[in-house]
Design a protein around this ligand. Sequence first.
Ligand SMILES: [Fe+2]
Ligand SMILES: [Fe+2]
Length: 259
Amino acid sequence: MNYINILALGDITGENAVIKLENKLRDIKNKYHIDFVIANGENAEKARGITKELFDRIIASGVDVVTMGNHTFSNNGIYVINDDRLIIPANIDDTSLNKGYNTFNCKGAKIFVCNLMGKDCVPKPKYNAFKVARKIFDNINDDTIIRIIDFHAGFCNQKRVLAHYLKDEVSVIYGTHTHIQTADESILYNKVGYITDIGMCGPINSAIGYDLDFETRRFVEELKDDSILSKDTNCMINGCIFKIDIKTGNTLEVQRLSK
Ligand SMILES: [Fe+2]
Ligand SMILES: [Fe+2]
């Protein structure tokens, strides 16, 4: 086969979402003939960060690579996950646990996965995502044909602009962080798979994963307290499937997934 199907999953929010993946991801992979799965895990532990136990369970559910975002350091668990399959934003700080990207082998192809973070995130990344990305792609190995970016950011415009800026370098740019799936999946410039945000794997009856009653109080009473994870056990799985030509690295098809 001369193409590969990559499934990107949105921010995994809470343990119930991990359980949902444990129960459903194998079936989804079979149904859509998925070869490789990248999932954003920045909200796995009570919506803030990730633990080693949850990382291991996400991988065991059928995920190949876990990316992160502004909640990378919200849980100390990140420091004990010593695993090449964990990728944190390349521009987050100086002391990053890894270089923000890695290359993986699948079906005889090399898949380069990079994680970047927008400056509208809280806390902000230390470095400019665009400049860091340019540096990374100026030094990338030419035989790494399939190149994927999870751009973890809020503002829609910067995600679309990054796709324009890197149009000659990448196969796919997808967004995470807002937890809301956008309907603008497309193939830009006849080669770059794109969607502004792939959405969330998390509680359905929630406000982007947070408890609705508590969020209501936060808004009505203007509470300063942090949001808390919704207890709803009924979770959605949101993501996007990219069919990519192994020889050219061009995206051939983009399909949103919402289960
Ligand atoms: Fe998130
Ligand atoms: Fe985020």
